[in-house]
Design a protein around this ligand. Structure first.
Ligand SMILES: Cc1ncc(COP(=O)(O)O)c(C=O)c1O
Length: 359
C-alpha cells in the first residue's frame, strides 16, 4: 500500500465547518428547536399526497429539467423558463453561481455577519471572500460594499432580509447600488426570507432583475414553504447566467419528491399566506416583548430575531438550552432565535426575561 495520500486542493485548507442549528435535546421535558430558521408547521395542504405519490417512483431518476416546477414558477413569477434554474436548496444554487463565476484570484463580496454558508462556499470555489461589516444598525453598508469592488470582483451577495440580523435593504438604496456596480459583476439577491417581509419599501428582487442582466435572485422552498428537508431552491437570472447554472448543477440533484412538493406548495398559496401571517404576528409579539424587557432588538423582516450579546452569547445560549429552547449562538457576537410555535416562543421569552434581570 502506498504511503502517500490523495492530494486535495489547497483551497479546502481551513474551510470553516458549517455549524447546523443544534437539534432539540431528546428526552428532555420540553425541547424546541429555534436554531435553524425552520418552519414549525407541517407540510402545506396537498404536499403529503404529492410526496407519497412520487415516493412510488424512487426507482427512476427525477425529471432532470424539473419541467413541471419550471412551468409553475414561470407562470407564478412571470419569467421565461430559460431564466430559471433549480438546485439542492438555494445554497446548492449559490454554490453553482460561484462555480459559474469565480475561481482562484477572484473576489466575492458580501456583508458580514451574514449567511454563514457564504464564506464556506466561496473558499471552496477557490475565490477570496471580501467581508464588509454591517453598519451600526446591523444593516448592509452598500456604500462600503461598492467601495470594496475591484477588477477582481466577480460576485456580490446581498442577503435581503439578512441572516442572522433580519435587517433589510430598501429599494432606493439597492437600486442606487445596482446602478453603480459594473455590468460584469454578478449581484446575487438572496431572498430566502422574502415571504416574511412586511416592509413595503423592500424591493422584490424579481422586479429588479428584469432589466439588469447582472442580477440574479435566489429563492428557497425551505423557509416559508416549509420544505427544508427536501432540499429545493431556485434562481431567477438572465439567460447566460441561468444557463450556466444548469450546466454546473449536480445532475438529477433535485428529487422528484422535492419537485412535486414544491409544485403542490406553490398551489397552496392561501394556506401559505395564513401561516406566514401567523409567524409574522409572532415575530412582532416576540420583538415587542423583548424590547419591553429591555433588549435592543433590530427590526426583523425574517422568521427570526437577533440579539447582539457579545461576550454573553454563549451563556445565553446555554441558559436557553437548559430551559428547553435551542437557539443559534454566534460566539462573541450574538444569538439568532427562530420564531417558532407559540409555546416555544413563550418559553424563550420567559427565559430571556430571567436572563435580562441578571445582567
Ligand atoms: C440567507 C440564506 N440563504 C440561503 C439559505 C439556504 O437555504 P436552503 O439551501 O435550504 O434553500 C439560507 C438557510 O438558512 C439562508 O439563511
Amino acid at each position: 500500500m502506498s504511503e502517500k495520500s490523495p492530494k486535495l486542493r489547497a483551497a479546502l485548507d481551513g474551510v470553516p465547518a458549517y455549524v447546523p442549528g443544534k437539534p432539540a435535546a431528546a428526552g428532555g421535558p420540553v425541547a424546541f428547536k429555534l436554531s435553524s430558521n425552520e418552519n414549525p408547521y407541517p407540510p402545506l395542504p396537498g404536499v403529503m399526497e404529492s410526496v407519497l405519490a412520487a415516493a412510488g417512483t424512487f426507482n427512476r431518476y427525477p425529471d432532470m429539467a424539473c419541467t413541471g416546477l419550471m412551468n409553475e414558477l414561470a407562470d407564478r413569477f412571470g419569467v421565461p423558463v430559460s431564466h430559471l434554474a433549480t438546485g439542492t436548496g438555494s445554497v446548492g444554487v449559490a454554490q453553482s453561481l460561484l462555480q459559474a463565476t469565480s475561481g482562484p484570484g477572484d473576489e466575492v463580496i458580501y456583508a458580514w455577519r451574514s449567511f454563514e454558508a457564504y464564506p464556506i462556499i466561496t473558499q471552496i470555489s477557490g475565490a477570496t471572500s471580501v467581508k464588509v461589516p454591517l453598519d451600526a444598525d446591523e444593516k448592509h453598508d452598500l456604500d462600503a460594499m461598492f467601495d470594496a469592488i475591484t477588477d477582481r470582483t466577480r460576485m456580490i451577495f446581498v442577503c435581503n432580509p439578512n441572516n442572522p440580523t433580519g435587517t433589510v435593504v430598501r429599494k432606493a438604496e439597492l437600486e442606487r447600488f445596482l446602478d453603480r456596480v459594473p455590468g460584469d459583476v454578478l449581484v446575487v439577491l438572496d431572498e430566502a426570507y422574502r415571504e416574511f417581509n412586511r416592509d413595503e419599501q423592500v424591493p422584490d428582487g424579481i422586479q429588479l432583475y428584469r432589466d439588469r442582466p447582472n442580477v440574479a435572485v435566489l429563492r428557497t422552498f425551505s423557509k416559508a414553504y416549509g420544505l427544508a428537508g427536501l432540499r429545493i431552491g431556485f434562481a431567477v437570472a438572465h439567460e447566460p447566467v441561468a444557463a450556466a447554472l444548469r450546466k454546473t448543477a449536480v445532475p438529477f440533484g433535485v428529487s422528484q419528491l422535492a419537485q412535486d412538493a414544491a409544485v403542490a406548495s406553490l398551489r397552496a398559496e392561501d394556506a401559505l399566506m395564513g401561516r406566514v401571517g401567523a409567524l409574522v404576528s409572532e415575530r412582532a409579539r416576540v420583538s415587542e416583548t423583548l424590547t419591553a424587557q429591555g433588549w435592543n432588538v433590530p427590526e426583523s423582516q425574517a422568521n427570526f430575531v437577533w440579539l447582539r450579546l457579545g461576550e454573553r452569547t454563549g451563556d445565553f445560549a446555554a441558559v436557553c438550552e437548559k430551559a428547553g429552547v435551542v437557539v443559534r449562538p454566534f460566539a462573541g457576537e450574538g444569538t439568532r432565535i427562530t420564531i417558532g410555535e407559540t409555546e416555544a416562543n413563550d418559553l424563550f421569552l420567559r427565559t430571556a426575561e430571567a436572563f435580562r434581570k441578571e445582567l
